[in-house]
Ligand binder design. Structure first.
Ligand code: ADP
Length: 358
């Protein structure tokens, strides 16, 4: 007997997305279903690139069809992704999700995390932009080998001038550093800084983006208030190092996102420089700054702990050489940044789905 599309969809209603807690048919994730004899083909459209549960979901679909429809069915599933948008916020043009990367102190690796998160999400197939809003020491120009770069501008149909971000390694980039005099000793200040940052969002031709990552200045200041109150933010990632002094400041940073009037979802805590691993002894881990501080902080705020990043010489070297380390073939760091990026994307997808339901 010919298998009908309804039979297949009824079977797939038994497969639930563990993050979004609904079945794949209700979530509208089954696309382009075609059936020829016992050959069943469809596309499974997930909400994050490089979804960690991709293989598990594929297997569950195949098993459900074989169990509920026909044991002889030959199932072929093509997995794609379509990143979702937080629906009850008005999004900015074609930018689906804005992710803030913050830290309590400078020098903890906020820009390193921002750059490598951007590169990893782009490697997974997402359309990614990166704004370097660190008024005190914009480091994206160095980390992407763009120290002398100057973004261009275009005039739009309505006569406005729009900045064109610089594209490097598949990422669209803008940094306050592109607009400052390289020798300028004074950081951007007060309203001028806030206006400059707003322009990076509003007066730029970003095109379509799944994720726009924003490397914030360290601490909690005017720029944080400007950005969180002017733009729809999907969530914030907080970077810390394990030392007590860093953790105390990170605590303040996390509390800021929870303040009434700011109220930004915290996607999780990343602990950088967690331990030292010498290149010649990759199995050895030396927790020179103490252990478990980042996990403890995540627990205290009841937010996900997104991962530990070791101190590795090649991370610093890659940053200085203008090519984020996630672009290299480094098995340990591929795994570490891969996990962090998929957890961030996963958390956004969960939050966006909850917004749809609320
Ligand atoms: P922040 O943005 O918080 O000020 P950066 O990302 O600029 O910090 O990092 C400060 C310095 O530390 C940079 O030279 C960077 O390459 C280096 N660094 C950051 N994280 C690591 C790490 N895990 N291992 C080695 N060096 C690191």
């Amino acid at each position: 007997m010919q298998i009908s599309p309804q039979q297949v969809l009824d079977a797939l209603k038994n497969v639930e997305d563990p993050d979004l807690k609904k079945d794949l048919v209700t979530l509208n994730m089954i696309k382009d279903l075609s059936i020829a004899d016992n050959q069943i083909k469809f596309t499974l459209e997930l909400t994050t690139p490089a979804c960690p549960m991709k293989d598990m979901l594929k297997n569950a679909c195949t098993n459900a069809i074989k169990h509920f429809v026909s044991a002889e069915a030959e199932v072929s599933i093509n997995v794609t992704s379509r990143v979702t948008v937080p629906v009850n916020t008005s999004s900015l043009d074609n930018i689906k999700n804005i992710i803030l990367v913050s830290s309590g102190k400078g020098g903890v690796g906020k820009s390193t995390v921002s750059s490598n998160l951007a590169v990893t999400l782009a490697k997974d197939g997402a359309k990614v932009g990166l704004i370097d809003a660190d008024i005190y020491g914009p480091s994206v120009p160095t980390m992407f080998d763009l120290v002398d770069a100057k973004p261009g501008a275009v005039e739009t149909a309505d006569g406005k001038t729009k900045i064109i971000p610089i594209e490097k390694y598949g990422i669209k980039l803008l940094s306050l550093g592109f607009f400052a005099d390289p020798g300028q000793p004074v950081p951007w200040r007060g309203p001028m800084a806030s206006n400059a940052v707003k322009q990076l969002f509003n007066d730029t031709n970003w095109g379509e983006l799944d994720y726009l990552i924003v490397d914030l200045p360290p601490g909690t200041g005017d720029i944080h208030i400007t950005i969180t109150q002017s733009f729809p933010i999907s969530g914030a990632v907080v970077v810390t190092t394990p030392q007590q002094v860093a953790l105390a400041d990170t605590h303040k940073g996390l509390a800021m996102f929870r303040m009434p009037g700011i109220n930004i979802p915290i996607l999780g805590v990343i602990e950088n420089m967690s331990y030292f691993t010498p290149a010649e002894l990759p199995e050895n881990k030396y927790y020179i700054f103490g252990k478990g501080g980042g996990t403890e902080l995540a627990k205290r705020f009841d937010v996900p702990f997104l991962g530990e990043i070791p101190i590795i010489q090649s991370i610093a070297e890659a940053g200085d050489a203008g090519k984020p380390v996630a672009l290299d073939q480094h098995p340990l760091l591929d795994q570490i940044f891969g996990n962090i990026a998929s957890k961030v994307a996963q958390q956004i997808s969960i939050n966006n789905a909850q917004l749809v339901n609320s």
